[in-house]
Each structure stands twice: as C-alpha cells, then as structure tokens.
Design a protein around this ligand. Structure first.
Ligand code: URP
Ligand code: ZN
Ligand code: ZN
Ligand code: ZN
Length: 488
C-alpha cells in the first residue's frame, strides 16, 4: 500500500534552470509524476494541496549549521530537534551540520557522536561535514574511511580559533592533498587565527572589553588574507575549495577574482551576512551587541549585505548557509567582561529562505530560478546529492515548499520556532513566505502549524568526486601529466 499520497495542484514549479506550470504527485517520499491536470481521483486517501498562484520550489538546503554544538564552554541551544523544526517552518528541508573533533581526537568517533545526537531528533534530512582540527597519518586514514564508508565528501579546516581548532598551512596542505585523493571538497573557516589572537590581546590591553572589540581585532583583511592563502594552497594541489561563511566584501572579491582565473572555489555567504551588518556591535544594549558576535564578524560597512547578494546573484558566490549556532543571552553573558569569551554564533536556519527572497528576489537583484540555485540546487550539486535533492523532478526526494512570493511576514523572537531567545533579524519584514513544507514526502508544516516527528529525517550519505566540482579538477590532472610527458 502506497502511503502519503499528495497532489500539489496548479502551482508554478521553479527549478534552478527553468519554471513551468504543472501539478506534482508524491508517493512514499518520492516525486512520482509531474504534468498538467494529473487525474488521480482513484486514490482514496489523496491529499490535495492547491498551489494556484504560488511557487513550488525544492526545499532549502542549509549548508552550514551547528546544532547542540559544544563550543566555548557551553552548547548551542538549538539542538537537532528544535533546529530542524525551525528549519522546516522556514522552508528548509535539509541541513548539513559539522562534526568537530578536538585536537588529537578521532574523526570517526566525532562523526558517530554527532550522528548519534542527530538521528533520534531530526525532523528533516541531514548530512555531516567533518572538521580536520589536527594532522597525523591516523587523520588521513580516517578521512579515507569516512569518505568510503560513511558518506562524507567534505572536510572543514579552521584557520582561526588558535589553540582549539586552528590548523597551520602545512596541515592544510596535507588535508587538502588528502581531500583531492579521496574526491572530497576542502572547506575553510578563513580567518588568520594568529592575528586574531594578537589583536584580541591588544584590545583588552586598551580596555576595550565589549562586543565591538570582537570586530575591531579582526578587520576585513584578516578574513581576506586567509581566504587568499587557502585558495593558493588548494590550487597548488589542484583541490576544490569551499569557503564557508564569507562575511566581507574583500573576501568575496578574492573568491570572485579567483573563479574568474579559473580556480575551483566556491563561496558561501550566510543569512546573517546578507540580512544584517556589524554596526550592531556598537549597539548600546550589551545583550543586543553580543547576540551578533560570530566569527568572522558581521562587517560594519553597511554596503556589505547588498554587495554579497549581488555577487551571489552573478555566480561569484555559490550557495547560502546560515552558520546557525545559537546561544541564549545568559550564555553570551559568559563574555560580559571580556568579548573573547562571548560564545560565537547567530541564528538563521529558520529565516534564511525569507531573508534571501526579500533581499535578493523582492529587491530585484536575482530571479526566482537563481533563488533556487543558491538556496538548494547548487548545494546539492557541490555536495553530490543532485538531483535527489535540490530539484523538483520525477524520481527526486519529495522535499518541497509551497512558496508565497507576495505574502509578508515579520521576523521576531516572539514567533520564531527556534529555542534561542534572540533573533538577529528582529522586525525585518520579508516578502516570501513558506505556506507548506513537505519533507521526505510528509507535510511537516502547513499554514503556520508544525506536524514534525523527531527522528523522521534521514542521514544522507554523499558519494565522493561530485561531477559538478571534480570534472574540471580531474581533467586538469590529465593535462598536467600530458604537459609533463611532453616536457621530459
Ligand atoms: O561564530 C561562529 N561562526 N560560530 C560557529 C563556529 C564556526 O566558526 O563556524
Ligand atoms: Zn567557522
Ligand atoms: Zn560554522
Ligand atoms: Zn520588501
């Protein structure tokens, strides 16, 4: 007996490459048919959703979250349940979180720990990037095992958080070389951790202890320098690179230039960086300012969000994540007298889709197809889960959002579904509202009401060597061998 039979009637299907008016029929979690006036009256338990005048889009994929992350002396307050519940309320149907081992710890154990946390709680599908926080032969072997047996095709290196997660250039070189060998994408948190450590000391010596010190000790060039360095190292071993949370104009510009030079690099701006800015660090209310503390910081230059959106529209930047890593006011207060102790992180998982629609589509910077590209399809392509995810097509997973492009909602902590007691987008009026979210073929959110079941989401393994990323990389290896053979 087929279960969860749903017909979405009369909507406009929007994929990254085209839009069409057609009905969508879903059964057992899969898109079974697409066409005009699908006749399904023989199905007794058919649920019919009228999508007339609305868009039917692939559910969002948030490429960057940290649910219940043990970090800076506490745990981020949105866990895999509240975090994914909020995600689906906002039109996101898959998150990719990070398993982050401590230096010296096993990557596989970290992966298993995070998966153990996520599996019983997730309300939508998820995957895990794994961080490389130290280097040894064991780390190399574990990366190979994770790629081969656990479906991990992306590894993140921190160039900041000195002494905790930061790796040096030689370690990045080794890790990038390994990524290339196993067909994974290298990811970097691009900030110069040594400069941040020195800058923080200087600020505290000057008596600057508030949240503004967080930004002042790590100006844009600290991010830009690390971005350029990571690209240089990755290119030297012909490894594809994904720069997470691109927060500054200067860093974005470096990525754009590198792409024009033909380097295989992708940039991920986040909802926070597209929707608000670093002037908040000077807010007179300490709690407000501290709530915005994240690394790299939001930039005080108020032209930054629009600039990042324009690069996103023009394919200089590729996907949107959130870096959702939420801490309540009492947790942020760990840094009341010293900004270096304020847990780093902001919200975004629930509001990303609406923020990108408002600032990107409603403002006329990108069209509806580009919106789908940067909120789901590109992520699915880069991380090798396309067209299972990121596309409305026969055979794809039924992760679908009925999107009202004209309706508005006002973002507020009072109405959001996240556990955290602050929202950095408070008061923002967004056009673009999810009316219905279907995750794994089930209606999990409809007209403001959640119908989630913890544990219903699945872990999505990802194969190595995504064609979208690796076809150019592998071809270049061939060319280099040919050139070398001709030379000798
Ligand atoms: O401030 C941030 N970004 N917190 C989460 C950890 C990270 O660096 O991604
Ligand atoms: Zn980071
Ligand atoms: Zn992060
Ligand atoms: Zn508007």
């Amino acid at each position: 007996m087929a279960k969860n039979q749903i017909l979405i009637r009369g909507g406009k299907i929007v994929n990254n490459d085209s839009s069409q008016f057609a009905d969508v029929y879903i059964e057992d979690g899969i898109i079974k048919d697409i066409g005009n006036n699908l006749q399904l009256n023989h199905i007794v338990d058919l649920k019919v959703i009228d999508a007339t005048g609305k868009l039917v889009i692939p559910g969002g994929i948030d490429t960057h979250t940290h649910m219940q992350f043990p970090f800076m002396g506490t745990f981020s307050v949105d866990d895999f349940y509240t975090g994914t519940k909020a995600a689906v309320a906002g039109g996101t149907t898959m998150i990719i979180d990070f398993a982050v081992p401590k230096k010296g710890d096993s990557l596989i154990e970290a992966f298993d720990t995070w998966k153990g946390w996520a599996d019983p709680k997730v309300c939508c599908d998820y995957a895990l990037h794994v961080a490389v926080t130290w280097w040894s032969d064991k780390v190399r072997e574990e990366m190979e095992i994770l790629a081969r047996e656990r479906g991990v095709n992306s590894f993140k290196m921190f160039m900041a958080y000195k002494g905790l997660y930061m790796v040096h250039d030689n370690e990045m070189y080794q890790a990038f070389t390994c990524c290339k060998k196993i067909g994974a994408i290298a990811q970097v948190h691009a900030e110069n951790g040594d400069l941040i450590a020195e800058g923080s000391k200087k600020m505290l010596e000057l008596g600057i202890t508030g949240p503004e010190g967080h930004e002042l000790c790590r100006p844009e060039e600290v991010e830009a320098e690390a971005t350029q360095r990571a690209i240089t190292i990755a290119n030297s071993v012909n490894c594809p690179l994904f720069v997470v949370h691109v927060m500054s104009k200067s860093s974005a510009k470096i990525i754009a230039d590198s792409r024009r030079e033909g380097k295989v690099v992708f940039g991920e701006p986040i909802a926070a960086g597209l929707g608000t800015d670093g002037t908040n660090y000077w807010h007179t209310d300490w709690c407000h300012a501290a709530a915005h503390v994240m690394g790299p910081p939001l930039r005080p230059d108020p032209t930054t969000p629009k600039y990042l959106m324009q690069l996103l529209a023009n394919d200089d930047l590729s996907v949107t994540g959130t870096d959702n890593c939420t801490f309540n006011t009492n947790q942020k207060a760990l840094g009341k007298d010293d900004f270096t102790k304020i847990p780093n992180g902001v919200n975004g998982v629930e509001d990303r889709m609406s923020v990108v629609w408002e600032k990107g589509v409603h403002s006329g910077i990108m069209d509806e197809n580009r919106f789908v590209a940067v909120t789901s399809s590109n992520a699915a392509r880069i991380f090798n889960i396309y067209p299972r995810k990121g596309k409305i097509a026969i055979g794809s997973d039924a992760d679908i959002v009925i999107w009202d492009p004209e309706a508005t909602r006002t973002i507020s902590v009072k109405t959001h579904h996240q556990a955290v007691n602050f929202n950095i987008f408070e008061g923002m009026v967004c056009h673009g509202v999810p009316l219905v979210t279907i995750a794994g073929g089930r209606v999990v959110y409809e007209n403001g009401v959640l119908h989630v079941v913890p544990g219903h989401g699945k872990y999505i393994p990802r194969k190595p060597f995504p064609e979208y990323v690796y076809s150019r990389i592998l071809k270049r290896d061939d060319s280099w061998i040919t050139i070398l053979k001709q030379a000798y």
